[in-house]
Design a protein around this ligand. Structure first.
Ligand code: SAM
Ligand code: DTB
Ligand code: SF4
Length: 363
């Protein structure tokens, strides 16, 4: 079945705004044509470098300028990562997603260490994902050679609303990073957040940006904002379950082959709400009692939910074969010591400044 790539905002809005039952039925029907509706891919997040990030992303507890309550940490060791990956595997996850609070990857000892983490987890026969900020083509190639299965880099919102949330990095750089990943055999994971104060048009705009990529991302995480005290978005109202289901269903319809990940925000959702999301086409979750820095349901609660719904965790590498791992000494792609010029738009976002100043006043 041919995949449509020329989606317009109007077409997507029409889907998003359908009567709820029609939307659910259409999404569930498309879901069944492309996926086993009883299988859900389970990933475990691992924050390998936490906090102290120089960016001003208005939602993010790891941005240094907002001084939230999180505990920062330098880069974990390869052995620590291996131990956590083994734990994730034993708890039923098929994928480990390693996140670093970086603006972009810099060539050097820390990136070499991340490459070794990728090699180590791939050798445990688990899918490995990284989310490390912006990367160049060479860095993407080096990750691919190490055995990376997926790279996560979210667009987060529409291009227009992105400017209201982040001033230190640009939308085109995000798209370019996704393009760099696409030049390799690493799969693309890219999605966004709802509940940041954006309009429904912005949600549709983000889906246009993702669905018109050719090929479409293999995985699209839909996060509900976790409002964290100290961040500029701390007072945002919780996302309604109806909005979450509509967003998941619309994502499923416009990107039929993609794995749609029900991501941050599950602690705020009932099991019945999550069941509606699975019915509407979500077929992936983050498991484990922590996302990167904020809480997530316990694995045992999720397993009970899976049992009640008759859902089974997806085995690793069923969508794409396991990549090979090339040893560091046999690598074709060397450290180029690149200094890419990722853009800094630098416009003023009032609420980001206020959050920063509020914190300064407290010190
Ligand atoms: N620093 C890298 C970057 O920004 O690409 C990787 C880590 S960053 C924390 C990964 C993603 O987490 C963000 O793009 C955003 O979509 C999501 N995220 C961060 N804070 C969140 C929050 N409070 N609620 C929901 N999603 C959040
Ligand atoms: C994604 O879209 N959501 C995950 C993962 N990709 C990296 C991160 C959610 C983070 C939620 C806030 C936190 O725990 O710090
Ligand atoms: Fe840094 Fe990523 Fe958080 Fe932005 S989302 S502040 S880049 S860790």
């Amino acid at each position: 079945m041919a995949i449509k790539h020329d989606w317009t905002k109007e077409e997507i809005l029409e889907i998003y705004n359908k009567p709820f039952m029609e939307l659910l039925y259409e999404a569930a029907t498309i879901h069944r044509l492309h996926h086993d509706p009883n299988t859900v891919q389970v990933s475990t997040l691992l924050s390998i470098k936490t906090g102290g990030c120089p960016e001003d992303c208005g939602y993010c507890p790891q941005a240094a300028r907002y001084h939230t309550d999180i505990e920062g940490n330098d880069l974990m060791s390869v052995n620590q990562v291996k131990a956590q990956a083994l734990r994730a595997k034993a708890s039923g996850s098929s994928r480990v997603c390693m996140g670093a609070a970086w603006r972009n990857v810099k060539d050097g000892a820390e990136f070499d260490s991340v490459l070794e983490m990728v090699r180590t987890i791939n050798k445990l026969d688990m899918e490995v994902c990284c989310t490390l900020g912006m990367i160049t083509e060479n860095q993407a190639q080096r990750l691919a050679e190490a055995g990376l299965y997926a790279y996560n880099h979210n667009l987060d919102s529409s291009e227009e609303y992105y400017k209201e949330v982040i001033s230190t990095r640009g939308y085109q750089d995000r798209l370019d990073t996704i393009g760099n990943v696409r030049k390799t055999n690493v799969t693309v994971c890219s999605g966004g957040i709802i509940g940041m104060g954006e309009t429904i048009e912005d949600r549709a705009g983000m889906l246009v940006a993702l669905a018109t990529l050719n090929p479409q991302p293999e995985s699209v995480p839909i996060n509900a904002l976790v409002p964290v005290e100290g961040t500029p978005l701390e007072e945002q109202a919780p996302v309604s379950i109806w909005d979450m289901v509509r967003m998941v269903a619309t994502t499923r319809i416009v990107m039929p082959e993609t794995q749609v990940r029900l991501s941050a925000g599950r602690t705020q959702m009932s099991r019945e709400g999550q069941a509606m999301c699975f019915f509407a086409g979500a077929n992936s979750i983050f498991a484990g009692d922590k996302l990167l820095t904020t809480p997530n349901p316990d694995v045992s609660e999720d397993m009970e939910m899976f049992k009640a719904l008759g859902l089974n965790p997806q085995k690793p590498f069923v969508k794409k074969a396991q990549p090979e791992t090339v040893a560091a000494e046999d690598s074709k792609f060397q450290n180029l010591g690149e200094k890419p010029k990722w853009t800094r738009p630098g416009h003023t976002i009032e609420r980001n400044l206020e959050a920063q100043n509020k914190q300064k006043a407290k010190i």
